[in-house]
Design a protein around this ligand. Structure first.
Ligand SMILES: [Zn+2]
Length: 161
């Protein structure tokens, strides 16, 4: 089962990997894409296109909001960032490329990554997808799992494993 309490996400994509992934799909590792990926991987956060646009602007990176939108879409399509619905239903982007689920605090909207449980050695989502594909013959997209709740009060112990 899941090992330990402190799950560490896999490293976000490095520049060389990102360039390779894009090139394999006939896409350029353009400056906006590099700037966006670098920011997301440094910050390891879940951001909307607007918040990302603002953060880049504060750093002196001049990208228009529509450039940020467009390139986030390309990067998500290429599998370099993951899109998901945030607390208000808005699109958020995530640089953590490993399969994981989101815990959203219903009071603050804070988003936290959580590792999937393993079933027959596969992460829950991959297991569910292949199970449903076998049952139905459909080609199923990767399931996105979002759980809402409230964190433990400050200072309380980590959940046991
Ligand atoms: Zn995440």
């Amino acid at each position: 089962m899941a090992n330990g309490t402190q799950w560490k996400p896999e490293r976000p994509w490095g520049a060389a990997e990102a360039r390779e992934v894009l090139r394999a799909q006939g896409l350029r590792y353009s400056r906006p894409r590099r700037v966006i990926l670098e920011y997301l991987s440094e910050q390891d956060r879940h951001l909307s296109a607007e918040a990302l646009h603002q953060a880049l602007k504060e750093r002196g990176e001049v990208l228009s909001l529509s450039t940020v939108y467009l390139n986030l879409g390309v990067l998500a399509e290429a599998g370099l960032v993951r899109g998901f619905s945030g607390p208000g239903g808005e699109a958020l982007y995530d640089s953590n490329p490993s399969e994981h689920y989101h815990l959203i605090c219903s009071e603050t909207g804070e988003v936290q990554d959580v590792a999937p449980p393993l079933i027959d050695g596969q992460p829950l989502g991959a297991f569910l997808r292949s199970y449903v594909e076998r049952q139905t013959g459909w080609v199923v997209d990767e399931p996105k799992v979002t759980l809402w709740g409230r964190p433990p009060p400050q200072g309380e112990v980590e959940p046991s494993d």
